[in-house]
Design a protein around this ligand. Structure first.
Ligand code: DX5
Ligand code: ZN
Length: 224
């Protein structure tokens, strides 16, 4: 699968959100990662479906990769489907009935993703593979941008890649947390094809140069 770079707007300047999204898209972002936090499932509070809806109304036609860190999660899925999410990812800990939750997403016409925290085993992945379009391995504990990459995530990524490939299903593998120019190649080598980066992109002076440097790392890896 193609490599996708997914800037996380968690690190954007929220007073200029539309302009920030426009800028990263122009700089070469493939999708926009939209982090939703509820101060319950994770100790932080961010943005909800109204913000997505207003971005759609303003004309943003890009792919929105919505990462839900909320509990309970089911009721908000309908709101995000209505707001125009393309892909909605959920954590297994945020729902009592994962199969129902993932089905709600797909039945509503969006792609579904399943997220694994650093200490969450991949156990649910095999059962869920036919219900999802993306598996997301967290390489930080969810809740904040700008945290350090947890190295043990690389082994977990490789194991998730092995299971996805063995299934033969077209499931993307995303990594989220602490991704930078310096370690994106390592994550790709371990099997990731979709790379969330918040602080590394929005914290840089030149978004396009940063995304280009990430792509160069990915291209170098392909040529070895
Ligand atoms: C963390 C979020 C991430 C976060 C990543 O809970 O899910 O998407 O924005 O930020 P960086 O890239 O700064 O680690
Ligand atoms: Zn995220």
């Amino acid at each position: 699968m193609d490599h996708w770079i997914a800037p996380s707007i968690l690190s954007a300047d929220f007073s200029r959100l539309g302009a920030e999204i426009e800028a990263v898209l122009e700089a070469g972002a493939d999708v926009i990662h939209f982090d939703v936090m509820d101060n319950h499932y994770v100790p932080n509070l961010t943005i909800g479906p109204l913000v997505l809806e207003s971005l759609r109304r303003a004309g943003f036609g890009c792919f929105f990769d919505v990462h839900l860190m909320v509990k309970p999660v089911d009721r908000l899925i309908g709101d995000f489907l209505g707001a125009g999410a393309n892909l909605i990812s959920v954590h297994p800990e945020s729902t009592e009935h994962l199969h129902r939750t993932l089905s709600l997403i797909r039945d509503g016409g969006a792609q579904a993703g399943l997220v694994f925290n650093p200490a969450t085993p991949l156990q649910a992945l095999d059962e869920a593979l036919e219900l999802i379009d993306l598996a997301l391995v967290m390489s930080v504990n969810p809740g904040f941008g700008g945290q350090a990459f947890i190295e043990s995530s690389l082994g977990k990524l490789a194991e998730a890649r092995r299971r996805i490939d063995a299934s033969g299903r077209p499931v993307r593998l995303e990594i989220d947390g602490g991704i930078k120019v310096a370690n994106i190649a390592q994550a790709a080598a371990a099997g990731a094809d979709t790379f969330v980066a918040g602080s590394a992109i929005f914290g840089a002076d030149d978004y396009a140069a940063t995304i280009a440097a990430m792509r160069e790392e990915l291209a170098d890896l392909r040529s070895v």
